[in-house]
Ligand binder design. Structure first.
Ligand SMILES: [Zn+2]
Length: 368
């Protein structure tokens, strides 16, 4: 038994960003706040949107940090409040979209931003129009937002139906200017989302189908997009892979690789995608032993078996300069027990098919 519900209207394709005016007008939004990643301020995309929307754009909030903070959210809420906003348009990677989503809920529900991370009741939000400029986070089609509290050293996932954007405008052209390293780090996250779904307790036949498709597209196109940034076919397929993986994990949640990544990011500053990918190969192989269906999924993705898929993932990481070993990460092996202990804490570790003990996780990490 399972349910599948997805409320986001998706507009996908090269050039689809030019429909933004039509979307805003159809909804009657005459006062919008734009949340923009710095890169999008610089490459002309925000200027394009501003020209398209004219007087409807009341304020542009930029300078969102890579791990968006409560302060970033507060700035956006203040802008929404000052202009009595009808909607928020978020243009950028996961950071800009996550910050806008959190602000949209805080604003509509009257939640004090400093208390935001204690809430799990996100039922109302200002309409969000999400425009991703990278392929990876898939925040445009998920009901989650990850916000950091710098003061207390916390990174907390907020989850609730109101955090789904109303509309996702997925235009692969916006990813053409995405730098090499960002393409690698966010692109490998696509595979971690899709493969985490296949290894999730909450997986279902629809999420499996989406995750297999997303994995195949990402394996076939990520290296090309990394090596040839202006390859439109690879960029389009990667945008599709990212969104498709997002549709899958919006239903299942993530599992082992994501649970293990949070401590690597908060303690050692390993970027999100690289931190997830660090253990993804091991989790897939381990999960395939717990659920033999993953062997068949590996074949459907294009590999001989789960082991071969894990190997291919590591090869891809090496080809894009991402960490495969603790030495690559610059983390001492003496920290392995602590990392294992911290990996067991996040709630999504319970969503992993193979339930490992701390000792088994240590053993897994010692092979890295
Ligand atoms: Zn991720």
């Amino acid at each position: 038994m399972f349910t599948f519900r997805h409320p986001v209207q998706i507009r996908f394709g090269e050039g689809v960003i030019s429909q933004i005016n039509e979307i805003i007008e159809a909804e009657g939004y005459s006062r919008v706040v734009v949340v923009a990643a710095t890169s999008q301020m610089e490459n002309g995309v925000i200027e394009f949107i501003n020209t398209q929307l004219g007087d409807s754009v009341k304020e542009i909030v930029s300078g969102i940090e890579a791990n968006p903070t409560l302060e970033n959210v507060e700035t956006i809420v203040e802008a929404m409040d000052a202009h009595d906003a009808h909607a928020v348009i978020a243009v950028g990677g996961g950071s800009a979209m996550d910050a806008a989503k959190a602000a949209a809920a805080a604003y509509m529900q009257g939640i004090e931003v400093q208390n935001l991370l204690e809430h799990d009741d996100f039922t109302k939000a200002l309409p969000i129009i999400a425009v991703p400029s990278t392929s990876g986070s898939a925040s445009e089609v998920t009901a989650s937002s990850i916000i950091s509290d710098k003061q207390h050293g916390l990174k907390v996932p907020l989850i609730g139906p109101a955090l789904y954007p109303k509309t996702a405008i997925v235009d692969p052209e916006l990813t053409l200017t995405c730098p090499e390293r960002v393409t690698a780090i966010s692109g490998i996250d696509i595979l971690c989302h899709a493969l985490d779904c296949l290894g999730a307790v909450k997986h279902n036949p629809i999420s499996d189908a989406l995750a297999i498709r997303a994995s195949k597209l990402a394996f076939e196109n990520l290296l090309t997009a990394y090596q040839e940034p202006s390859n439109r076919e690879a960029r389009t397929n990667l945008s599709l892979a990212s969104m498709t993986a997002g549709l899958a994990f919006s239903q299942t949640g993530t599992s082992g690789s994501h649970a293990m990544s949070y401590y690597l990011t908060t303690q050692y500053d390993v970027p999100h995608g690289e931190a997830c990918a660090f253990s993804m190969d091991a989790w897939y192989a381990i999960n395939a032993k717990a659920n033999p269906e993953l062997e068949q999924h590996a074949k459907d993705i294009g590999f001989a078996d789960a082991e071969a898929l894990s190997e291919a993932l590591n090869t891809l990481k090496r080809q894009m300069g991402l960490a495969v070993t603790f030495e690559d990460l610059g983390i001492s092996r003496e920290d392995i027990p602590k990392i294992a202990e911290k990996s067991l804490r996040p709630a999504n570790m319970k969503n992993n098919i193979a339930q490992l003990s701390q000792d088994e996780i240590i053993e897994m990490l010692e092979r890295k």
